[in-house]
Design a protein around this ligand. Structure first.
Ligand SMILES: [Zn+2]
Ligand SMILES: [Zn+2]
Length: 354
């Protein structure tokens, strides 16, 4: 840099910043600006913040205040290595004051500026919360089971999946991912859901875990901004049989392990694997559940047979010994009575490895 005369003050100088000397440059230089009063529009229910024309991001109040200050802070575009330190202080539930220190390098010079501002909290209801409270929904999810009621276990599983799916969709930015109403009835479960997309995800997740099928049927319910608006009814059908059900197929007693289109299970008579086709499933009859298993005393172990005290008749009875059988320590064994016949529980269904 060469020594020149500053055109503004006329002093000789050897630093040239934008064509003037250092003193003249920094005299009028503004590193950062912040309005004295800022409004933060926050949803009183969910904590969402109104920013750049829309409701987004649910925060705690302190974070919302920091984000609002950041949005309103403008820093000179020539600034480099910018560091911002914001210290907010709550005065009332509706008002914060904050000191904002900005440190930056301008053409190699470190500059610090301290600003202060007042943040007024405006509590409103975001569009999502007003829709929830207004009972808004786009999708109806009807969960039923084929030829039976939902089990308590299925009900709990469905509700858990609904919660986690809604949370996941919300985190991805679907602010209509909410449940307006949940109705339990003898037939099953009805859910009124804010967004069609989240309804579809819930159906898929439930089927992944419990099996079954679902169909979608749209119905026109009005017009918005000149276009048709549809609601969608999702009809879910959980499978006829659930894991642990015992069914009779052509006189064989099968413990259901898994059921989608096909059914896999274990034959109670010899613990062999069983796969049923759709036709066989249609003929199958529900005859019990693995829950009904009880413990029986093992009287003696022969080479090919086990002598068991039947807990229902109190008579001893001989059952075929499964291959690889080893005597349980407490000399008790799980059995189940199906249509007056006693069966040993297959190994995979036995508790305590007996
Ligand atoms: Zn000058
Ligand atoms: Zn809200």
């Amino acid at each position: 840099m060469t020594t020149t005369i500053c055109p503004k003050c006329g002093k000789g100088t050897n630093i040239s910043l934008s064509g003037v000397c250092r003193d003249c440059f920094f005299q009028n230089f503004v590193l950062a600006q912040l309005p004295q009063v800022i409004q933060a529009r926050l949803c009183a229910t969910c904590g969402a913040r109104f920013t750049r024309g829309r409701w987004a991001d649910e925060y705690d109040i302190e974070t919302a205040v920091l984000k609002t200050i950041e949005d309103n802070l403008s820093i000179h575009e020539a600034a480099e290595d910018v560091e911002v330190c914001i210290v907010p202080r709550q005065l009332t539930p509706h008002m914060y004051k904050a000191e904002v220190e900005v440190v930056a390098a301008i053409q190699g010079e470190r500059i610090t500026v301290v600003l202060s501002t007042e943040i007024r909290i405006i509590r409103e209801s975001c569009e999502m919360c007003s829709r929830i409270s207004g009972g808004y929904f786009e999708g109806i999810l009807q969960i039923r089971a084929t030829d039976r009621s939902l089990t308590d276990n299925e009900l709990a599983t469905c509700l858990r999946i609904v919660d986690t799916t809604i949370d996941r969709m919300r985190a991805k930015g679907d602010r209509l991912a909410f449940v307006t109403e949940t109705i339990r009835s003898k037939e099953g479960l009805d859910l009124y859901i804010g967004s069609i997309n989240s309804g579809r995800h819930i159906c898929k997740s439930i089927i992944d875990e419990l099996g079954g099928t679902f169909t979608e049927s749209p119905s026109l319910f009005g017009q918005k901004d000149g276009r048709d608006v549809y609601r969608i009814t999702f009809s879910m059908r959980l499978p006829r049989f659930t894991p642990g059900d015992i069914i009779s197929i052509r006189n064989r007693k099968i413990v259901v392990k898994h059921m989608e289109k096909k059914l896999t299970g274990t034959d109670l008579a010899d613990s062999s694997r069983f796969i049923a086709t759709e036709d066989e499933i249609a003929l199958a009859k529900h005859v019990g559940n693995i829950r009904d298993a009880v413990n029986a005393v093992l009287v003696s172990e022969e080479e090919h047979e086990l002598m068991i005290l039947d807990p229902f008749t109190f008579r001893t009875i001989n059952l075929k010994k499964p291959s690889g059988f080893s005597m349980p320590q407490d000399e008790e064994i799980s059995v189940i009575r199906i249509e007056d016949v006693l069966f040993l529980l297959p190994p995979e269904w036995r508790k305590n490895n007996n």
